[in-house]
Design a binder for this molecule. Structure first.
Ligand code: AMP
Ligand code: ZN
Length: 114
């Protein structure tokens, strides 16, 4: 997707503060962090939303969750706790239409999700 900012990060056209990478996913610090730790994990393949994950692509969700575990350990928030979030479409708060998982931690998160 030529006009997708997360695809541009994958291509190296936009810089990022990389935290973790493997063949399937890339993770980087959120540019506008909502918590002391706020990492975005994306599949390298462009998928617009959670609704666009095909049955053939379901493994991508496992890859995101697996990366979230690694990032929690890298960032030192695994034991205290953290939150993973995937926003989907407008009312879910999705702004960037390239599937991504937020990893939030480093402070006590509020009980409400929105
Ligand atoms: P969402 O609202 O779930 O679509 O979240 C998109 C997230 O991407 C927001 O938290 C933004 O701050 C973050 N973001 C947007 N552009 C960049 C960028 N160039 N580098 C890092 N994070 C970004
Ligand atoms: Zn994309």
């Amino acid at each position: 997707m030529s006009d997708c900012i997360f695809c541009k990060i994958v291509q190296g056209e936009i810089p990022c503060a990389k935290i973790y990478e493997n063949d399937q996913v890339l993770a980087f610090d959120d540019i506008h962090p909502m918590a002391p730790v706020h990492v975005i994990i994306i599949p390298k393949k462009h998928i617009s939303t959670l609704l666009d994950v095909s049955d053939a692509d379901n493994e991508v969700i496992v890859d995101l969750v697996s990366a979230a575990r690694k990032i929690a350990k890298i960032k030192g928030i695994a034991e205290k706790g953290f939150r993973t979030v995937i926003n989907c479409n407008a009312e879910g708060g999705q702004v960037v239409f390239h599937l991504h998982m937020h990893v939030l931690g480093g402070r006590k998160l509020q009980d409400e999700l929105g």
